[in-house]
Design a binder for this molecule. Structure first.
Ligand code: HSE
Length: 293
């Protein structure tokens, strides 16, 4: 049997929604899967460099994690992967690979997993649900991993915004971008940071995008610490604002930045920033409201 699986990229955090907010975007990882006599994974994309041994491959690891969780054995497959998602740039490439691998096992082992089952497995692998929830459900997703391991999410698909990404040529590993964050916040700092986040999420949900954009740029959880890892951080924000963006933030753990703009206005920001920052891949994107399919 053959199957094709497509999983969107995602942008996590959206400023102050650190490890919690995410949005699926219209770039995709696509897998063509066919049963075979032995495991084989082939990469067909500029965004996918040399293939690691199958047992080190994230798609295989996610499939194996899933099969093991349900005491099943994975039958061997040949997987051909195409990707529009650059690696280690803050666009959720690992989350997409994990979601794809879970779906491979779901189909191979006839597990009939629900999205909630898949989210639990994916969050176990990623540590936080923001990117994986967006890649799975699509749309704008706010999620929480509770201390008892339960996960709750809220999805909103009608978010009329254009997205513009600024993808630099260099990679930044999430692990390295998490090392610069403080281990602890005082109660006052935590309350202030969460107040900014509360208003951002409420404003985005209510459709007050001017207020949402202001709060995106007022994050106290991660942006102030990561800004130094990202060349042109302030300049990109300023230029995008002048070109009409509501707000511009680090996409996930970076180094890509992303602007949120009025629907229909994103192309102006795209063309202006392309000129100002010619070494970046500047692209107008939109929200994916479907998730894996
Ligand atoms: N919320 C995560 C972070 C996203 O900012 O580190 C990247 O995995």
């Amino acid at each position: 049997s053959r199957m094709t699986i497509a999983v969107p990229a995602s942008t996590a955090n959206i400023g102050p929604g650190f490890d919690s907010a995410g949005m699926a975007v219209n770039r995709y990882l696509t897998l063509h899967v066919e049963e075979s006599t032995q495991w084989e994974i082939e990469h067909r994309s500029v965004h996918l460099p040399s293939v690691p041994p199958v047992t080190d491959h994230l798609v295989y690891q996610a499939a194996l994690h899933t099969a093991n969780a349900y005491n099943k054995t994975l039958t061997p497959c040949k997987i051909t992967m195409e990707s529009e998602i650059p690696l280690a740039r803050g666009l959720g490439s690992s989350a997409s690979a994990i979601i794809a691998g879970i779906e491979v096992a779901n189909q191979l082992c006839s597990l009939s997993l629900t999205k909630a089952d898949k989210l639990k497995l994916a969050t176990e692998m990623e540590g936080h649900p923001d990117n994986v929830a967006a890649a799975l459900y699509g749309g704008f997703i706010v999620s929480v991993l509770l201390p008892n391991g339960e996960i709750e999410i809220l999805q909103k698909t009608d978010v009329p915004l254009d997205l513009v990404v600024y993808i630099p040529t260099f990679e930044l590993k999430t692990e390295d971008a998490r090392k610069v964050l403080p281990e602890q916040f005082s109660r006052n700092e935590a309350a202030a940071a969460s107040a900014v986040s509360n208003v951002m999420i409420a404003a985005l949900s209510a459709g007050d995008f001017t207020l949402a954009g202001k709060m995106m740029e007022a994050d106290l959880f991660h942006e102030p610490y990561r800004a130094t890892l990202i060349p042109n951080y302030e300049q990109i924000r300023q230029e995008a604002k002048l070109a009409g963006a509501y707000g511009t933030v680090i996409s996930g753990a970076g180094p890509t930045m992303i602007s949120f703009a009025p629907k229909g206005e994103g192309h102006k920001i795209e063309s202006k920033l392309k000129t100002t920052f010619p070494s970046y891949e500047v692209q107008l994107l939109s929200m994916d409201d479907v998730g894996i399919h």
